[in-house]
Structure formats: structure tokens, C-alpha cells
Ligand binder design. Structure first.
Ligand SMILES: Nc1nc2c(c(=O)[nH]1)N[C@H]1C(S)=C(S)[C@@H](COP(=O)(O)OP(=O)(O)OC[C@H]3O[C@@H](n4cnc5c(=O)[nH]c(N)nc54)[C@H](O)[C@@H]3O)O[C@H]1N2
Ligand SMILES: Nc1nc2c(c(=O)[nH]1)N[C@H]1C(S)=C(S)[C@@H](COP(=O)(O)OP(=O)(O)OC[C@H]3O[C@@H](n4cnc5c(=O)[nH]c(N)nc54)[C@H](O)[C@@H]3O)O[C@H]1N2
Ligand SMILES: [Mo]
Length: 672
């Protein structure tokens, strides 16, 4: 029995160390790496069986070309030689006939390894393709946070162990950040309380001491209301504010000019419970706030993290004391984007297309996209407004190439299908965004079938296209050598000697994360000067664009949020549930009014599309709010739609992020 170490490649804050047990080159078991301080020996349920996915006979193992209609899913195996010829011919034709911007890359985080995540960037820059603005995940949350906090390292999650109050705010940590939970358990053993702020009672809230049911999009109002109350009762950290921040006066004048009931109403909480929460924070100087990105997937999303960052600063969570802190995304290692993104290969500026507006890009944008190059993403499932995306993918004049590990619903629309290796077959470097560690992997075994990594794909393609820039001759090792000096937080000795494979390397910033008293010369900004950027000013109340739209509200009386569940990782693992469409939570009062019973098949619909799910009648959600967990594939026999048929291409208040948790919908029982 042989044991080999690797790292989980999935888009999750935890980036776990994995130990694979092998027999005759076959993985028989996966465990969490006991030597990885954050993983601490355990894996989530999905990844404990990840080897079944990696070794599955359903994997895409050979290049294929489409022989049926788009969407039908009929393909014929071809050789790599033929695949390269098709690819080079098509990309050359697109450029000659329509100009290089007619090609659009589409990729996200199927694989978080830095080498493979950025593998296509030099190629598409050199080609002159449209630039993809990769906004689908956390950009609104980070943009809002960084406006006030800056991009400094944030509080290490381990600080929560010593806190007296842990708050999970807009994060379903038991599902999406499970290795944070042991820190909560340790804190609670010492007597700490655990509070969850979320529109519905998710599994994390079930395990908490208290749950505050905020309105979707109500977080900025809640944080501002809390701050107003604490400021007026002189329960803020004046010492920290004076010494380490600027702009508090403007913010507190704004708070004074609004009533507590205005903030409470906009937050969805009563004044009493808002004040109770405020007092809990003030009573516990050792408060740790774990902020999620769930609260940012709406048209007030950046404002939410702006307000929470300001609240955290005002009560002194960034003064370095034990047990106090706030964490959105660790920023433990920061990457020099010029080096990682290879912007130096851009010859002439190309247009930028926002990935959450793929539907529009494929159906309305002019000059049209003629070639779509998908890798490390499943856009038909994960991008909003799926019916628009589907309409675009059906276009006969669009050449679509998809590099994938599995047949997904997106691959059905590919003209050319290329087999991707998995992280277990690659070498790469991984950085967790919910902790302070990074690591290097080496392949556990050789690529299955004829699959190749993103890196091999784009390096080979560049040479076949005749590109001779030195970057395209790099192998993985030299690419990693290029990257290491561009990672701040990494010790000099490691930059010189290389990252040791199989070891969790801690950032040099661990001891100063979240501590403004140690960020020399850096000040927290409660209010941004006018000349700073377009988001000038302090956090404030703004409208919810779709949820508060009067016409839409009349036609579609329910708000819908669409957070993840534990079975899936975005749409990854969808292949495990081929006929499952998922559940939708509906409040018992609403169930009576709509004549829906537990376990009924229901159709959720709006002006964009529909999705059928199984109703769960429950008081875990609030009246007027439907909750649909999980991006199941669109393969159910009774429908060809997914949850994103209902979501909007509208973008967040700042950062141009997706608004997956802000849809107006109606619901009805499906009668056979
Ligand atoms: N098992 C599993 N783990 C995952 C993922 C997965 O799909 N499955 N996805 C990964 C990825 S890519 C990411 S970005 C992270 C995301 O993980 P999180 O940061 O946890 O974000 P979400 O899962 O979108 O939403 C978290 C919670 O926010 C709540 N929420 C929705 N709207 C609001 C609001 O207006 N206010 C408040 N306070 N809460 C709101 C939702 O109900 C949900 O309970 O998780 C990663 N981990
Ligand atoms: N309704 C709704 N929609 C959402 C969200 C939500 O909360 N609600 N969350 C959003 C968020 S936070 C995110 S991050 C996005 C995620 O969107 P995506 O990044 O597209 O995530 P996945 O659905 O996991 O799809 C990744 C695909 O990449 C493939 N893959 C894995 N590794 C590799 C590789 O090395 N090479 C290649 N070529 N392919 C590979 C996998 O097989 C998988 O099909 O979804 C967003 N969509
Ligand atoms: Mo994400």
C-alpha cells in the first residue's frame, strides 16, 4: 500500500491537503492530510469519494467531434491530430474573417491550481481574444470590503478559537467552509456563543446558539443599524478609530440622520433583535466574524461587506487582540496579477466581456462572438439566465470547444470536445482562501486515457498556432518558478529553493493578519474621499433592484435565493445525480396560500424561465422567501432547465458580480 499526497483542487476556501491510499496504481481511499494544520485529517463527504470521480469510466478520455444536433449530445471519437487540426483551422478562420475579438474564452474555477487556472491567459492574450471578466464568484464581496479595509491579509480563522462570540454572517460554513467548524467547536467548548445571520435556517444555523433571519439584501442595513446603536451608546472602540482609521465622523453623522427603525425595517429584523445582536457584539470584545460571499450575491452585495467591514473596525476587531477579528477571504498570499495573468502578452486592447452576462454576450453583443472556448467551467449550469445561454449555445454559426473531465450539459453543445486531466494527474500550486496555507502537488498518477491538463492544452495549442514567445516553451516546473517570486507572503527561502511537495506552507503574514496596528502606515477608511473611486462616501442604504421592483413583485410574489448544498460543488459532482432536480423550501404560510404540500412537484417560474423541484414545506425559511439549494444539472427527464433559468444577468452594486440570490419568482404545483 502506497500513500501519496495531493491537494483538493475545488473552489472552496479550505483547499485541503489529501492523502491518497493506492493499490497497484489505483486509489482505494482518500483521507484528509493529518499534517495539514487546517485540514487536520478530515475531508468533506464529497471529496472523501473524489477518487471515484477521478477514476470513473464515465470520464471524457478522448477528443470527440459533434455528429448530432447542438444539444443532442452525439459525438464521435477522433484522434488528437484531427482535434488539433480542427481547432487551429477554426481559430485561424475566426480571426481572419471576424477579427480576434470574436473569440471568447470562458473559464472559472473547476481547478483552483494556479498553473491550470491561469494556463489559458497567455494564449488568449497572444491571440487577441475578448477578455473575460471573471466576476462570477466573490468580486462584489471583495470589492466592497477592500474599499475600506484595503487588500491586506485578513484575520486568520484560528483566531476564532479564542473568541467569546463567533458570527457566521452570510456563510453556510457547515457546507461551504467545513474546516472552520472545528474552530467554532473549540471556542464553544470554552463557553463562546455561535450566531448565524442568514435569511433561512441553513444547516449551520441549525447548529448555532442563535439565528437572525435577515432579509435577503438586508445586511448593510443590519450592520449600519448595529453601528448606530453602538455609537449612540458609546460602545465603540474610540481609541482604535482615532489612531488607526479615518472618516468615521462622516459615517456617524449619516447614522445619526437615520432612525433605528429605518435600518431595522430594511434589515428585516425587529429593532429589539437588532439591538440584542448589537449588544452581544459589544459585550464580547473577543468577537470573530466569518463573513461569507452569500450575502453579496445581490444588488446590495458590495454595500453589505462595506458595512460589515466598517462595523468590525468600529468595535475594534482589527486591533490585534486575541480572539477578535473578521475574515472574508484570507488574502494570506497575494499574487502579482501582472505575472499570473501575463498581461504583457496583450498586443492591442480587446473588449471585455463579463462572465455573468454570457447569455447577452452570445445573443446580443455586437460584433458577435463566433468562437467560445470553455474550460474549467460549466457555464450552462452556473451562469445566470440559462435560457439565454442555451439560446446562444444553439447558434449554428458559433464554434464551441469545451475542455472537460465529464459530459456535462454544456458539453452537449460543443462542436469539439477535448478531454481534461484531473488535479490528481497534474502538478500545480494551490492557495486556500479561507486559511493561511499553500502547497505544491505532484501527479498521483499519469493522465487517464488521452486527457491533458489545461496547461498542456494551451502550451501545445500556442505552438501549433505558430506562437514563438518564450512563455509557450515553459514546462510546469518553470511556470511555477516564474510564479513563486510573484507571491507575497511566501518565505524568501522557499522562493529560492522551491515549494516542497506535500507540505502545507504557512504565509509569513499569519501573525499580522487582520491587525491594523501592525500594517505600518495603513489606515482603515470609514469614508472614502471623492477622488478615491466611484464608490466614494461611506456605507449607506441602497435599493434592492429586482426584489423591490413593484411590477415584478406584483407578478412574482416570492424572493428566491439559490445557495449551495453539501452534495455538489457548484455544478461539479452533478454527474452523481443525473435525474435529480433538487428541492425548494417554502414557508408553511405560503404553502397554504399556494396550495402546495410537502413533497409536491412544483414549478418555480418568472419572466426568464422555469425550474421544477420538490417542495419542502418548512418554517426554516421566511414567508415570501423560496430557497433552492444546489446547482443540479439540467438532465431531468421532465425538464431541460436548471436553477439558473430563473436568475438574472443583473450585476451587483459594485464589482460587476452575479446576483444569484436576488430573483423574483412565482411558484405553482405541477399537476400531471
Ligand atoms: N459544498 C459546497 N461547498 C462550497 C460550494 C458548493 O457549491 N458546495 N461552493 C464554493 C464556492 S465557489 C464559494 S464562492 C463558496 C460560497 O460559500 P458562502 O460564502 O457560504 O456563500 P453562499 O453559499 O452563496 O451563501 C451562503 C449563505 O448566504 C445566505 N444568503 C443569501 N443571501 C443572503 C443575504 O442577503 N444576506 C445574508 N446574510 N445571507 C444570505 C445563503 O442563504 C447561504 O446560507 O463556497 C464554496 N464551497
Ligand atoms: N444559482 C447559482 N449559481 C451559481 C452560484 C450560486 O450560488 N447559485 N455560485 C456561483 C459561484 S460562487 C461560482 S464560483 C460559479 C462556479 O462556476 P464553475 O467554475 O463553472 O464551477 P463548476 O460548476 O464546479 O464547474 C467546473 C467544471 O470544470 C471542470 N473541471 C475541473 N477541473 C478541470 C480542469 O482542470 N480542466 C478543465 N478543462 N475542466 C475542469 C469540472 O468537471 C466542472 O464541470 O458558479 C456560480 N453559479
Ligand atoms: Mo464561488
Amino acid at each position: 500500500m502506497l500513500k501519496k499526497k495531493t491537494i483538493c483542487p475545488l473552489d472552496c476556501p479550505d483547499a485541503c491537503g489529501i492523502v491518497a491510499t493506492m493499490e497497484d496504481d489505483v486509489i482505494t481511499r482518500l483521507d484528509g492530510d493529518p499534517d495539514h494544520p487546517f485540514t487536520d485529517g478530515f475531508l468533506c463527504k464529497k471529496v472523501r469519494t473524489y477518487h471515484e470521480r477521478v477514476q470513473s469510466t464515465d470520464r471524457l478520455l478522448f477528443p470527440q467531434k459533434r455528429i448530432g444536433k447542438k444539444g443532442e449530445g452525439k459525438f464521435q471519437r477522433i484522434s488528437w491530430d484531427e482535434a488539433w487540426t480542427i481547432l487551429v483551422d477554426q481559430l485561424t478562420n475566426i480571426k481572419e474573417q471576424h477579427g480576434s475579438e470574436a473569440l471568447l474564452p470562458y473559464s472559472y474555477a473547476g481547478n483552483m491550481g494556479k498553473v491550470n487556472f491561469f494556463a489559458g491567459h497567455p494564449f488568449f492574450h497572444r491571440y487577441g481574444a475578448s477578455q473575460l471578466n471573471r466576476t462570477i464568484c466573490s468580486v462584489a464581496a471583495k470589492t466592497g470590503w477592500n474599499l475600506h479595509y484595503g487588500s491586506h491579509p485578513q484575520s486568520p480563522p484560528e483566531k476564532a478559537i479564542d473568541s467569546d462570540l463567533v458570527i457566521a454572517w452570510g456563510i453556510n460554513a457547515k457546507v461551504t467552509n467545513i474546516h472552520f467548524m472545528p474552530m467554532v467547536v473549540k471556542a464553544r467548548r470554552r463557553g463562546a456563543r455561535f450566531i448565524v445571520i442568514d435569511p433561512y435556517e441553513n444547516v449551520t444555523a441549525e447548529a448555532a446558539d442563535q439565528h437572525y433571519r435577515v432579509k435577503p439584501g438586508g445586511d448593510a442595513a443590519l450592520a449600519l443599524g448595529i453601528l448606530k446603536h453602538l455609537t449612540e451608546h458609546d460602545r465603540i472602540d474610540r481609541g482604535f478609530i482615532e489612531k488607526y482609521s479615518e472618516g468615521f465622523t462622516d459615517l456617524s453623522a449619516y447614522l445619526a440622520s437615520n432612525t433605528l427603525s429605518t435600518f431595522a425595517a430594511a434589515s428585516g429584523l425587529t429593532i429589539e433583535s437588532m439591538v440584542q445582536l448589537a449588544d452581544s457584539i459589544a459585550d464580547n470584545p473577543k468577537t470573530f466574524i466569518r463573513v461569507g460571499v452569500g450575502l453579496s450575491r445581490n444588488t446590495q452585495g458590495a454595500m453589505a461587506t462595506r458595512a460589515i467591514a466598517c462595523l468590525s473596525a468600529a468595535v475594534g476587531l482589527f486591533d490585534g487582540k486575541q480572539g477578535a477579528g473578521a475574515l472574508l477571504s484570507s488574502t494570506s498570499f497575494s499574487l502579482d496579477s501582472r505575472v499570473f495573468g501575463f498581461a504583457s502578452l496583450i498586443n492591442k486592447p480587446a473588449r471585455t466581456i463579463n462572465m455573468v452576462r454570457l447569455g447577452e454576450a452570445l445573443t446580443e453583443v455586437s460584433p458577435p462572438v463566433k468562437g467560445l472556448f470553455v474550460y474549467s467551467s460549466n457555464p450552462l449550469s452556473v451562469a445566470p439566465d440559462s435560457s439565454k445561454v442555451r439560446q446562444g449555445l444553439e447558434r449554428e454559426d458559433l464554434f464551441t470547444v469545451v475542455h472537460e473531465q465529464f459530459h456535462t450539459n454544456t458539453t452537449k453543445y460543443a462542436d469539439l470536445l477535448l478531454p481534461a486531466s484531473t488535479s490528481f494527474e497534474n502538478d500545480d500550486i494551490y492557495i486556500g482562501y479561507g486559511h493561511y496555507y499553500m502547497g505544491r502537488t505532484q501527479p498521483v498518477f499519469a493522465p487517464k486515457g488521452e486527457s491533458i491538463s489545461n496547461f498542456a492544452l494551451f502550451q501545445t495549442l500556442a505552438l501549433k498556432m505558430g506562437y514563438t514567445d518564450p512563455i509557450f516553451y515553459q514546462d510546469v516546473e518553470s511556470r511555477i518558478q516564474t510564479y513563486l517570486p510573484a507571491i507575497s507572503g511566501l518565505a524568501k527561502s522557499i522562493i529560492q529553493n522551491g515549494l516542497p511537495a506535500g507540505e502545507a506552507v504557512r504565509s509569513d503574514y499569519y501573525d499580522i493578519g487582520g491587525d491594523f496596528t501592525k500594517f505600518s502606515g495603513k489606515r482603515f477608511k470609514f469614508t472614502l474621499p471623492d477622488n478615491d473611486n466611484t464608490e466614494a462616501g461611506h456605507p449607506r442604504l441602497i435599493e434592492r433592484r429586482e426584489l423591490d421592483d413593484p411590477l415584478l413583485s406584483e407578478k412574482y410574489p416570492f424572493a428566491l435565493i439559490t445557495p449551495p448544498n453539501a452534495e455538489l460543488l457548484n455544478s461539479t459532482f452533478g454527474e452523481r445525480y443525473p435525474n435529480k432536480s433538487g428541492k425548494v423550501l417554502i414557508h408553511s404560510q405560503d404553502a397554504v396560500a399556494t396550495n402546495i404540500s410537502d413533497n409536491d412537484e412544483v414549478e418555480i417560474f418568472n419572466h426568464r424561465g422555469f425550474n421544477r423541484r420538490i417542495a419542502v414545506v418548512t418554517d426554516k425559511t421566511q414567508p415570501g422567501l423560496l430557497v433552492a439549494e444546489g446547482i443540479y444539472w439540467q438532465t431531468n427527464a421532465s425538464q431541460q432547465t436548471g436553477i439558473n433559468d430563473l436568475t438574472s444577468q443583473a450585476i451587483t452594486d459594485a464589482g460587476e458580480g452575479g446576483t444569484f440570490h436576488e430573483s423574483r419568482v412565482a411558484i405553482r404545483k405541477v399537476t400531471a
